[in-house]
Design a protein around this ligand. Structure first.
Ligand SMILES: Cc1cc2nc3c(=O)[nH]c(=O)nc-3n(C[C@H](O)[C@H](O)[C@H](O)COP(=O)(O)O)c2cc1C
Length: 174
């Protein structure tokens, strides 16, 4: 049994307070690579990952998410210096699932690499807006990408949260 990997899967938690310090390229690379090795339906690799680190783009992404949330001025990424966006392309036919698998690999890899992360919602709505399409154009990406999810990524600036108790009968064996 790869007990170290199982410990990572058990102990990763959503982090909701980050230090402003940027993560290293090595740490980011490890997270992104883990995303690219996630399973995808029929192995299509129809997912596009975008790591946002340029401060002006980070601010625009945060503002866009806050706008969808209906809380302008709020930072839905909890001060994280890196935001990772996950999109699906038209090539992808197992919609939602491929992107979610990529996100799951990345949050677990982040914890294994000593980083904090938090899965953040509203990516689909963000990239249906004019501002979202403008960002895609500026990044040289097709405008028909579908947002799946985004991740806050950085160094945790809080105690490691405790997991909620697991519900009775979560998994059964038949
Ligand atoms: C699909 C999905 C959407 C989520 N969206 C948000 C979000 O927008 N903001 C947030 O703070 N956490 C978000 N989370 C994180 C969950 O709240 C968190 O994973 C859950 O409370 C369990 O905590 P844990 O990850 O520490 O085990 C999301 C998680 C998932 C899987």
């Amino acid at each position: 049994m790869k007990t170290e990997a199982l410990e990572v899967l058990r102990n990763r938690r959503a982090i909701r307070k980050y230090k402003p310090d940027q993560i290293t390229q090595e740490e980011l690379g490890a997270v992104l690579e883990a995303g690219t090795f996630a399973p995808t339906g029929a192995g299509t690799q129809g997912v596009q990952i975008v790591a946002v680190q340029t401060p002006a783009y980070v601010e625009r992404v945060k503002a866009l998410n806050a706008q969808i949330l209906g809380k302008p001025g709020m930072d839905p990424y909890y001060g994280a210096p890196t935001v990772v966006l996950v999109f699906e392309t038209a090539k992808c036919f197992t919609h939602g699932m491929d992107g979610a698998a990529v996100c799951t690999n990345m949050v677990n890899a982040a914890y294994a690499a000593g980083l904090g992360s938090c899965w953040i919602h509203r990516c689909a709505q963000m990239f249906e807006t004019e501002e979202g399409k403008a960002l895609l154009r500026e990044w040289g990406l097709p405008e028909d990408l579908t947002g799946v999810a985004s991740l806050a990524l950085g160094y945790a600036d809080c105690e490691h949260p405790k997991a909620a108790p697991r519900k009775e009968g979560y998994a059964i064996i038949v």
